[in-house]
Design a binder for this molecule. Structure first.
Ligand code: PEP
Ligand code: MN
Length: 450
């Protein structure tokens, strides 16, 4: 048995697995699993406890209605996707979105990447069939290979070490970008590259950038040039799914003697693994990070209240975020009773909208896709419900990329189902492309302003 890194404070792996953990890989070689876990336990933290605490403070502001969360990135990162261009492009679109939201709506924006660790995927089926061949489903690069061959689909625990290394490389680059000048507000024009500039939304962005630049020049002329203009706060997040990885990355903070999952600043529990007595709820109930739970259309208010009691018994500000993903057609009916009863129970959380996962369908060409209009409609429904109840629509959680992919249909460039094959690169769910992401930011800024 793998020794517990934090005796008494977190259950050991065997105890967690004994809860019948959902969505776990079945590894063929237990000794190899143990070797990978031991290796991970010796690796330095990817994030520091104090940084997690900072993010928690910011999320507390979100839950009080004083800030807005922008959380975004790939559905599934891949090891091959860890390139300078790819990481920069994702960061760039998130920075552009954040500027639009901050400037147009005058609300502080908490920036949270769905990156540097988003490598494990829950699946609705354990197997995938193509023609007359059935193989184990792809569960993300953390578990097995995307290639549709029997060898590639065997879960390999060495991949967990690769997750660590890929996350470290990504985070290193992100940290350099956000503190080393790339995120300087004076770069606001440079973030808008040519293909975006030529789109309608790109032109609108140029206007915002012009106005910001003028304001910066004015500030500088009067002698004000605060640190905040030159760097941004940016944090990392992913779904806490593979127990071996998250457990090995859970460490005792030397300052506070409390456990933190140092694989990311923020972890969330997925819709398929949020069982109240399940392993994922148990593990995350023990760590000090700010955490989230996805809530799909079957969630009852009692479920949500019970989750809050398990995960945030001390009702700590910023600790818990509920990420609702109801679907555009359901949110206006399902969200009001949920929010109302949770509020009536005295539970304070940040409410965030994932407008992606309730709106996926298969195009006639076989591609998994989402309609841009459905995404917007769910966000609009989310805002309407919260405005109606007097609660704060705290943020959005989106699957996006900084590239010009063709995975979601619609948007200003009216991407059609027939276009999906042009550049469909996601290994899992369809992401908003660069232009669609920026369009979303402008539409959300309008919703925030009213
Ligand atoms: C995801 O965020 O990629 C995901 C699988 O979401 P959910 O748990 O909401 O289905
Ligand atoms: Mn997804």
């Amino acid at each position: 048995m793998v020794p517990d890194d934090a005796p008494g404070l977190i259950p050991d792996l065997a105890t967690l697995h004994a809860r019948g953990a959902a969505q776990q890989p079945t590894y063929p070689d237990p000794a190899a699993v143990q070797a990978a876990v031991q290796k991970l336990r010796g690796m330095p933290p990817l994030v520091f406890a104090g940084e997690c605490d900072d993010l928690k403070t910011k999320l507390a502001a979100v839950s009080r209605g004083e800030a807005f969360l922008l959380q975004g990135g790939d559905c599934a990162e891949t090891f091959d996707g860890v390139t300078a261009d790819n990481v920069r492009n994702k960061l760039r679109v998130l920075l552009q979105m954040a500027v639009v939201l901050t400037y147009a709506a005058s609300v502080p924006v908490v920036k949270l990447g769905r990156l540097a660790g988003q490598y494990a995927k829950p699946r609705s089926s354990d197997t995938e069939t193509r023609g007359d061949v059935t193989l184990p489903a792809y569960r993300g690069d953390a578990v097995n290979g995307f290639a549709f061959t029997p060898e590639s689909r065997v879960p390999d625990p060495q991949r967990l070490v690769d997750v660590y290394n890929s996350s470290a490389a990504t985070l290193n680059l992100v940290r350099a970008f956000v503190t080393g000048g790339y995120a300087d507000l004076r770069q606001v024009h440079a973030w808008n590259t040519s293909f975006v500039k030529s789109s309608g939304v790109g032109a609108r962005y140029e206007q915002v950038a012009d106005e910001i630049e003028r304001a910066l020049t004015f500030m500088k002329a009067i002698g004000a040039d605060p640190e905040e203009f030159h760097r941004v706060d940016f944090h990392s997040s992913h779904e806490a799914l593979v127990l071996e990885y998250e457990h090995a990355m859970t460490r005792i903070d030397s300052r506070t003697q409390a456990p933190y999952d140092v694989s990311a600043h923020f972890l969330w529990i997925g819709e398929r693994t949020r069982q109240l007595d399940g392993a994922h709820v148990e593990l995350l109930s023990r760590v000090q990070n700010p955490i989230g739970v996805k809530l799909g259309p079957t969630t009852t208010a009692d479920d949500a209240i019970a989750l809050a009691e398990r995960l945030d018994p001390h009702r700590e500000a910023g600790r818990l975020t509920f990420i609702t993903r109801m679907g555009a057609g359901k949110i206006r009916d399902l969200l009001p009773p949920l929010v109302e009863k949770v509020r009536a129970a005295g539970v304070e959380v940040a409410w965030v909208c994932d407008p992606m996962h309730g709106n996926t369908f298969e195009a006639s060409s076989g591609y998994k896709t989402r309609r841009f209009d459905d995404v917007i409609d769910e966000v609009q429904g989310f805002f309407d419900v919260h405005h109606g109840l007097g609660t704060w629509p705290g943020g959005i959680h989106v699957e996006l990329t900084g590239d010009d992919v063709t995975e979601c249909v619609g948007g200003g460039e009216a991407l059609a189902e027939a276009d999906l094959g042009n550049r469909y690169e996601s290994v899992c769910d369809p992401r908003l492309n660069r232009v669609q992401s920026l369009e979303l930011a402008f539409l959300v800024a309008d919703m925030l302003r009213r």
